[in-house]
Each structure stands twice: as structure tokens, then as C-alpha cells.
Design a protein around this ligand. Structure first.
Ligand SMILES: C[S@@+](CC[C@H](N)C(=O)[O-])C[C@H]1O[C@@H](n2cnc3c(N)ncnc32)[C@H](O)[C@@H]1O
Length: 322
């Protein structure tokens, strides 16, 4: 697809914490056999293999946005490109964007059309170019704790829907957006923004504050409240489908945790992975220490555990409004 305003260099105008976190994970996750960075779909059967579950989720998203041969699909936050590749196999014209140079390189080495771009910087030449958009696990990075402090969350989500709206072709018969987003659960609210900006080491090991701060500061981002996205999409998109995928994310995160631990305590991990992680911590001491706290403290798994779990993963489909 011919589009002008993509970055040509190996740098991107985006939140450094987000860019850095994927540099950190680039060595750890692929070495653990994990190329996907969100939930798979298990349909209540934990014995479904990781790869099949990730494929299920990908197909569900593509089906929901009506992806068929000739569809023009944009994947915002495409990670290592599974969805872009799957859309291409359906005969679609699929483009992915990501803020991670490592992900761009990996995707391009598979021949995928992936650009190093922040969605907020997509120029007017991208307007009306797509039938459908997918944002699978990227929206959690769009609001930073300092944005919450400045009460800018609604403004940022509203702008996000305005961008989605202008990118869709008004004459397309699909005009849908599918999102998967971790939400704050009303029963376990996130600590206030001024707390999220502190170091996780100031809180009791494995307390809710420790986990939330590790997650938000380690990844660079924040979670919307239940209903917040729907409110911010008003008059631009109508929520047409919503599925709770929290249990699927729990299964995925338990499996991912086992794979990562196996790598970290293996000889290959010692020689190939740890030197990169230590190098990262030397370059980014605060975020590196936070990410290590997150991995060793089990914060990623924690957020999907318990009854009810502290967060809720919602898969949502949005229909364009005239
Ligand atoms: C959790 S990963 C999900 C990746 C992929 N969708 C998957 O399911 O494996 C989040 C993705 O969002 C991307 N991302 C974060 N902020 C972004 C932004 N402002 N613009 C574009 N992509 C962004 C990251 O680079 C990463 O590829």
C-alpha cells in the first residue's frame, strides 16, 4: 500500500518507556518461544497449544472486522506481525504499525508491510485508506500515568477514535474497528496517578500497589475504566460486540510465565538472554529494575488471577457512525 508519511529511520516519535519495554522483551520472549504479546483464545480448554490459541484470536479479530480477499486492513500495534500475515493469507492488503524498531525488522524479514510509526502521527495521506482497523493490545500504552495526573485520559481516547474514524473509508461496507484492551476492574481500582509515578520498590512486595506500579511504569501506559472507551467513542463509533477474554488472558499469562522462567534458568538463557537484560538495565536503570520486578514478582499473571481478577480483558468491536 502506497502511503507517504511513515518514518524512514530507525527512530520513532513515541513514548520512550513503551519503545524501551519492547526492546527489553525482544530478547526474552522470542527466546522463550513467545512471539505474540497478547491473549490467545482457548474456549475453556487449557490444553489447546499456545500457537493454536494465538491463531484462534487472530482469526476471531479478522472475522469480526470482515477481513476477506481485497480488504484493506490496518493493524495498530502489530507486534511481531501474526495478524498482518494472517490477513495477507486471506488475500487482504494489510499494513501494520508499531513503535518498536525490533518488531519492524522482524516483520519486514517475513516480507510484511510494517512501518515504524506512532498512530498519533499518521498523516492525512492515510485518511480513508482502510476498510477496517485492529488494535490488539496496543491501547494500554496510549495513556501514561502523567496523562492521568493531568486528567487527559478522555481527551486521548477521544482523539484515538477520531484518528480511527478518519482512517476508515466512508464508502467501505465494513468500516469496523476491533480492539482488545485490559480494563481496570471497579472492584480493584488502580492506585491514583501520583502513586503510579513512584518506584514499585516503595511498596510491599507483591501488594496490589507493587503490581499496578510495576505494570504501568514497566510497560509505559495505563488501563481505561469499564465504559470509558464507549463514552469516548460516542458519535464516532457504536460498540457492536463485547466479549470478556480475561480467563483466556489468565491461561496465556500462566503459560507465558512458565516459558519465560524456563528460559531465564536455562544455560541458553544464562549466555544469550541475561547479558541483553543486564545491558538494558545498565542503559535504563529505573525501567530495567521495574521490568525485572514485574517479571520476577509475577505482576503480569497477578492481574488476571482471583475472583474477580483485578483487571478485565475486553474484546470489543466498533461500528463506524456517519
Ligand atoms: C502488547 S503489544 C501487542 C502486539 C500484537 N498486537 C500482539 O497481539 O502480539 C503492543 C503493541 O503496540 C505497539 N504500540 C504501542 N504504542 C503505540 C503507538 N503509539 N503507536 C503504534 N503502535 C504502538 C507496540 O509497539 C506493540 O507492537
Amino acid at each position: 500500500m502506497q502511503l507517504e508519511s511513515d518514518a524512514h529511520e530507525n527512530t520513532v516519535d513515541a513514548e520512550p518507556t513503551v519503545v524501551n519495554c519492547y526492546e527489553f522483551f525482544e530478547t526474552l520472549f522470542p527466546a522463550s518461544g513467545l512471539l505474540d504479546l497478547t491473549d490467545g483464545m482457548y474456549y475453556g480448554d487449557d490444553s489447546i497449544p499456545y500457537d493454536e490459541a494465538q491463531g484462534n484470536q487472530c482469526n476471531w479479530l479478522l472475522d469480526e472486522v470482515g477481513c476477506t480477499s481485497g480488504s484493506r486492513i490496518l493493524d495498530i500495534g502489530c507486534g511481531n506481525g501474526r495478524l498482518v500475515a494472517a490477513a495477507q493469507r486471506r488475500g487482504a492488503d494489510a499494513v501494520g504499525i508499531t513503535v518498536s524498531p525490533q518488531q519492524v525488522n522482524r516483520c519486514r524479514s517475513q516480507g510484511l508491510d510494517v512501518r515504524l510509526m506512532n498512530y498519533r502521527r499518521l498523516g492525512d495521506d492515510w485518511n480513508g485508506r482502510f476498510d477496517s482497523i485492529i488494535a490488539n493490545g496496543s491501547i494500554e500504552h496510549f495513556v501514561q500515568p502523567r496523562d492521568i495526573l493531568a486528567r487527559r485520559q478522555d481527551e486521548i481516547y477521544r482523539e484515538m477514535f477520531e484518528i480511527f474514524h478518519r482512517l476508515l473509508d466512508p464508502s467501505s461496507s465494513a468500516r469496523r474497528v476491533a480492539t482488545t484492551v485490559i480494563h481496570q476492574h471497579d472492584r480493584t481500582p488502580m492506585p491514583p496517578a501520583e502513586v503510579l509515578l513512584r518506584s514499585p520498590w516503595r511498596f510491599r512486595w507483591k501488594s496490589p500497589e507493587f503490581h499496578f506500579v510495576s505494570l504501568q511504569r514497566g510497560f509505559g501506559g495505563s488501563y481505561p475504566h469499564l465504559g470509558q472507551l464507549e463514552r469516548c467513542a460516542a458519535s464516532l463509533f457504536q460498540l457492536s460486540r463485547e466479549v470478556d477474554g480475561t480467563e483466556d488472558y489468565r491461561v496465556t499469562s500462566e503459560m507465558g510465565n512458565l516459558a519465560v522462567r524456563k528460559t531465564l534458568f536455562s544455560a541458553a538463557g544464562f549466555f544469550d538472554v541475561w547479558p541483553h537484560l543486564i545491558g538494558f538495565v545498565a542503559r535504563h536503570p529505573s525501567q530495567g529494575a521495574t521490568l525485572l520486578a514485574m517479571v520476577t514478582g509475577g505482576s503480569w499473571r497477578w492481574q488476571f488471577q482471583g475472583s474477580p481478577p483485578p483487571t478485565k480483558l475486553l474484546r470489543q468491536v466498533w461500528q463506524y457512525l456517519e
